[in-house]
Design a protein around this ligand. Structure first.
Ligand code: GLA
Length: 391
């Protein structure tokens, strides 16, 4: 298995770098999201799953107050004293944020040697940052023999995103990376923080990611703009209809009111309301193995993300449009925060390679960019590998 090889490599890198052996490895997967986009920070629903690509973290205490982290993928080493509060590079902010938040809560009070290895594309739209946060959190908690709940870990990740990385994101990515089960999809309800599992039923289908290789510089600020637009729309609804605190249960009259006073807010709200309905519809379609319906739901979601939520871009729209010329493509949509990144596509089983060849050629012809394409398998969430002698 590829992940066994990665565990061995992580051990070796750690030993080479720190001249000692770790006693366990903490791993956390990336994620895809089948349906339910931008719903997490709107108390809505989503259906993500972890994928079989991971961040691997080896970690040990040292006798100082110095935290050292080395990333093999980025070939970069970051060191700081426990208690420091500012970092420059993005991945440094994650390490600093996790260590600080854990130190505040659990007073870990020790230097650490950390080695980060991975077979997950960094910044590739499958939540490598959430995977890094969770691999670090689980690893440090395990090292200090601290037990805590999943919801506390997810909250901690969110504090890191909000306070160190300054992205006001929801908890979709962390929930998927932590809670997923092999072969299953997660159904998350962000209103009451409940979740359950459904069988992915993917005997006849394959889920294929196409990375457009587009990374918009403004993606974070645009994401933030959407968060604020939703908050403002809720505030406006609330000032007219006292009981409203999110878009759940907003009726057509209330939507009509919003349309008259804030057209942008109306469009965002309409996307969220319909996207939540699509999560339910997708669950039914998956249960019934109704591939045509699944595909249609994905396409509806894409159109809504393009026209109502306005988070798509030309390259991604092209990837979706041109895919409809491929016979065994059932549907697809932009996935994740938007403004570039990946599409997720539902393909007839065993046609993945043909689809990949087809898309590569079309995309290359049109934009002179080679997309990155991979079929994903649904894996289990973050875990500690204790018996590393077996590797
Ligand atoms: C990014 C964020 C998530 C979520 C998605 C959109 O991945 O990190 O919290 O909001 O965008 O669904």
């Amino acid at each position: 298995m590829e992940s066994n090889k990665l565990v061995q490599e992580t051990l070796k890198h750690f030993t080479d770098f720190y001249s000692e052996s770790p006693s366990f490895i903490s791993i956390a997967p990336g994620r895809i999201n089948i349906i339910g986009e931008h719903t997490d920070y709107n108390d809505g629903l989503a259906m993500p799953a972890a994928i079989d690509r991971y961040i691997f973290v080896a970690i040990a205490k040292n006798r100082s107050q110095l935290i050292t982290a080395h990333s093999t993928a980025l070939e970069d080493t970051y060191s700081f004293n426990l208690g420091a509060d500012i970092a420059d590079k993005l991945w440094h902010k994650y390490v600093l944020g996790v260590v600080n938040e854990l130190n505040i809560k659990y007073n870990i009070n020790s230097g650490l040697d950390i080695l980060i290895h991975s077979n997950l594309d960094i910044g590739g739209g499958v939540s490598s940052s959430a995977a890094l946060e969770l691999a670090l959190i689980n690893g440090i908690l395990h090292l200090f023999k601290i037990e805590t709940s999943s919801s506390e870990k997810i909250d901690l990740c969110q504090r890191v995103e909000h306070n160190y990385v300054h992205i006001k994101s929801g908890t979709l990515d962390q929930s998927a990376s932590l809670l997923s089960r092999e072969g299953c999809l997660l159904v998350l309800d962000f209103q009451d923080n409940k979740y359950r599992y459904i069988d992915s039923n993917s005997q006849n289908t394959a889920w294929v990611l196409v990375d457009s290789m587009i990374k918009r510089k403004l993606a974070n600020s645009k994401y933030h703009e959407r968060v604020l637009e939703c908050r403002q729309a809720i505030r406006q609804l609330k000032s007219r209809y006292k009981d409203i605190c999110n878009f759940n249960n907003v009726d057509n009259n209330q939507l009509g009111y919003l349309m008259n006073i804030n057209e942008t807010g109306y469009k965002r709200a309409k996307h969220i309301i319909n996207e939540n309905i699509r999560v339910h519809k997708m669950e039914d379609a998956i249960m019934n193995q109704d591939i045509v319906e699944m595909g249609n739901i994905l396409i509806d979601s894409h159109l809504s993300l393009r026209d109502l939520y306005e988070v798509s871009c030309d390259e991604i729209d092209y990837l979706i449009d041109v895919s409809s010329d491929f016979k065994d493509w059932h549907g697809g949509r932009i996935m994740g925060g938007g403004f570039g990144g990946n599409t997720i596509n539902l393909i007839k089983k065993n046609m993945e390679n043909d689809y990949s060849d087809f898309i590569k050629k079309k995309y290359l012809d049109k934009f002179q960019i080679m997309p990155k394409i991979r079929t994903v398998n649904f894996s289990s969430g973050a875990k500690i590998i204790d018996n590393i002698k077996a590797f």
